[in-house]
Design a protein around this ligand. Structure first.
Ligand code: GLA
Length: 696
């Protein structure tokens, strides 16, 4: 019998600590704030009505061995009952940046390993791998990406839910007495955003206290669960859901489910959020290996919907270029027969009536105006009323004898089939080769029924990877009826997410803050829509719409040629503002917070200076605005400038501030952190934008 020992992986703020047991197992000792040395003996208390041989929380928990919590892996022999696993002593690879435990069940021929490794920004990436080294096939019912303990002082949890037009709405709940679960079954991640959860300790705030936050890097069905065991411990499990019988592992085959990104911060929600942003940034592959300044978009959808042709689009492009747009994206409606959403998906050739000289000539005209040209596609879909469907009705996801239900009049292609992926690659490759297209908006406008399982997602990833390899300079935007597919899984292949079809700036504030919980601001498409928001029918000032959109990757989704000369000048002023400040807006640091009376704020920084957006959606209920505390800038003096007060603020004035870039006030960071930044009165639907630069 070997001496028990501990192994650990530390980040700057947190530790994972494991102990080996005399019988060769490995159990969790700690997951939470940075820990000092664990005692060299077991501190586990005894409990009545328990097994004589105590089973503490194993790093590779499986059922049947006396562990009564959730299992990390569930297997079956084909047509048989559960295949019980009995793992022996694992091989442990213990490096400063990475821990790996590889467990084997020699009798069953199964090797299951789990790694924890440090990634940029202080987060941990964890994933499991299963290998069938036996003689017969094995059916994998479940392989979780993580089953981990949560700190004992966990008090509440944050998650996000959403629907089309109201994505990523924050939910705050107490820790459960039994099980809390967030399960998605629509085949794509859905409008609730990435499969992720924040667990807050008793003392956690925006900027202080222990927060554990995980997201699964996955774009398909998922299950996150937090369970309170009868031992009194909290356990979090995260997994990509497999369809029954979907995954048969042949002898010699391996399966690796998606990784989870695990942020552990003692700097509150903002610390955990920063770790997620850094971890996601590491996954993104930019053309030329570096993010270029995020160009201002014009997306044609709400400007003209399906009513388009070369002349109309050329006029829209000219109006876009005149206000300073840098990338023009031609949305749905450009391909043959696509006069509405009842036809033609799958037939990806330009409409000869709308575009008699093809896309090449249009793209060249757009480039001649100094803009990049981008194109909307929805590759995974097919309209029953299309040539593709007539030739290959068997290519859709379907179950024999059952009608596959249409949604938005379309069916889903079976991405598990290599011939479907080959066809789509050929078509997209041709489009990208025939015209100077440097951007694809990749849509997915329905839920999956019947399901395609994890293999459908893997098929889409494979197609995306192949296309990226063939066209490494083409950027891709992930869209699914707005923000239905925003996650760290697809982030490996894309460069922007369309967060919502709802361009109403009041709605957008909550959506954008939900997005920020897991994904960085420079990847969030944020457009200035028409004065009357098409999604809600509400109207807002141009300044308020623009200020809200400046918090992401800016675009416009209206016809600038239909604005008055005054509005065009104002719009162009906002585009200039964004271009000037995008190095700070996308500089890598983001802090969120809330003030009294419904105020929300967020600060974007590049490591030296900050742009602070103070956002008021509803009219104030207090006579005077209360200061907001900015704990992240306590360390020095700052020149603070109120650069813009965007919205209908003319009734309330700007006291005690003068608006303007030459009107800075020097304030001590300690005062801003503790007493707070004094604010001007703000009307409902307005944003105050401050600049903060270190005072000399
Ligand atoms: C989805 C997208 C929109 C637009 C339409 C086109 O709804 O979210 O932005 O591209 O499809 O049909």
């Amino acid at each position: 019998m070997r001496e028990p020992r501990t192994v650990r992986l530390d980040t700057q703020q947190a530790s994972l600590v494991f102990g080996t047991t005399p019988d060769g197992g490995v159990t969790w000792l700690h997951l939470g704030a940075l820990a000092s040395d664990a005692p060299g003996f077991s501190m586990r208390s005894r409990a009545t009505f328990s097994l004589d041989r105590d089973i503490a929380f194993p790093v590779m928990p499986t059922a049947g061995s006396g562990w009564f919590g959730p299992s990390i892996v569930e297997l079956r022999r084909i047509d048989q009952q559960t295949l019980p696993l009995a793992f022996g002593r694992p091989q442990i690879s213990d490096q400063p940046e990475r821990l790996e435990f590889a467990f084997s069940d020699h009798a069953a021929g199964i090797v299951c390993s789990i790694i924890f490794e440090r990634v940029g920004g202080g987060a941990i990436r964890s994933c499991t791998t299963l290998e069938n080294r036996g003689h017969g096939p094995v059916c994998v019912d479940r392989l979780a990406s993580a089953v981990i303990p949560l700190p004992a002082n966990s008090a509440s949890l944050l998650s996000w839910r959403g629907v089309h037009g109201a994505e990523l709405q924050e939910c705050h709940e107490a820790m459960p007495c039994h099980i809390w679960a967030r399960e998605t079954r629509r085949g794509i991640g859905g409008h609730g955003g990435p499969p992720g959860v924040y667990v807050l300790s008793h003392a956690a705030t925006w900027s202080e206290g222990l927060v554990i936050a995980c997201q699964l890097a996955w774009s398909g069905d998922s299950r996150l669960a937090i369970e309170r065991t009868d031992e009194g411990a909290w356990i979090l499990s995260a997994e990509a859901v497999l369809q029954p019988g979907e995954l048969i592992l042949k002898p010699g085959a391996r399966y690796q489910p998606p990784a989870i990104i695990l942020a552990m911060s003692t700097d509150g929600r903002n610390g955990a959020m920063a770790q997620h942003h850094a971890a996601v940034r590491e996954r993104v592959s930019w053309p030329s290996a570096q993010m270029a300044p995020r160009p201002v978009h014009l997306n044609s959808w709400e400007a003209c919907y399906f009513a388009q042709d070369e002349d109309k689009i050329a006029a829209l492009a000219e109006a876009a270029a005149a206000v300073g747009v840098e990338r023009f994206v031609l949305d749905d409606g450009w391909f043959a027969n696509r006069s509405d959403d009842r036809r033609a998906l799958g037939d990806w050739t330009p409409d000869p009536h709308k575009y008699p000289s093809g896309l090449r000539s249009l793209a060249q005209r757009v480039r001649g105006l100094g803009m990049q040209f981008g194109l909307w596609v929805e590759p995974e879909m097919v309209s029953p009323n299309s040539e593709l469907y007539s030739s290959h009705p068997d290519w859709v996801l379907s179950v024999q004898e059952l009608d596959a239900p249409t949604a938005r009049n379309q069916l889903v292609l079976d991405m598990r089939r290599p011939e479907v992926r080959d066809h789509l690659f050929t078509v997209l490759h041709r489009l990208l080769s025939d015209a100077p297209i440097s951007y694809l908006k990749w849509d997915h406008n329905r839920d999956l029924a019947p399901p395609g399982g994890a293999a459908q997602v893997a098929g889409t990833y494979e197609l995306l990877a192949r296309l990226r390899t063939a066209h490494p300079n083409v950027e891709i935007e992930s869209c699914a009826g707005g923000g239905g597919r925003c996650d760290a899984g697809i982030a490996q292949f894309v460069h922007r997410f369309w967060a919502s079809d709802n361009l109403d700036a009041v709605s957008r504030v909550a959506i954008q803050r939900g997005f920020a919980a897991f994904l960085p601001a420079e990847m969030m498409g944020a457009h200035i829509g028409a004065r009357l928001a098409h999604a809600t029918g509400r109207t807002q000032s141009l300044a308020f719409r623009a200020a809200v959109a400046c918090m992401g990757h800016l675009g416009i989704e209206l016809h600038p040629g239909e604005l008055s000369a005054h509005e065009q000048a104002e719009l162009s002023g906002w585009i200039d503002f964004y271009k000037r400040w995008r190095p700070v807006l996308h500089g890598g640091h983001l802090q969120l917070g809330a003030g009294a009376d419904g105020l929300r704020w967020q600060a974007h920084g590049d490591g030296r200076q900050w742009l602070l957006f103070v956002i008021r959606t509803a009219p104030p209920q207090d006579r005077r605005p209360q200061p907001i505390n900015l704990p992240f800038i306590a360390n020095r003096d700052w020149n603070v400038t109120l650069m813009r007060l965007a919205g209908e603020n003319r009734w309330v004035g700007t006291q005690p501030w003068d608006v303007g870039e030459d009107k800075s006030i020097t304030m001590a960071g300690g005062w801003l952190a503790t007493s707070g930044l004094p604010l001007p009165p703000m009307a409902g639907e307005s944003v105050a934008i401050f600049h903060m630069d270190p005072a000399p």
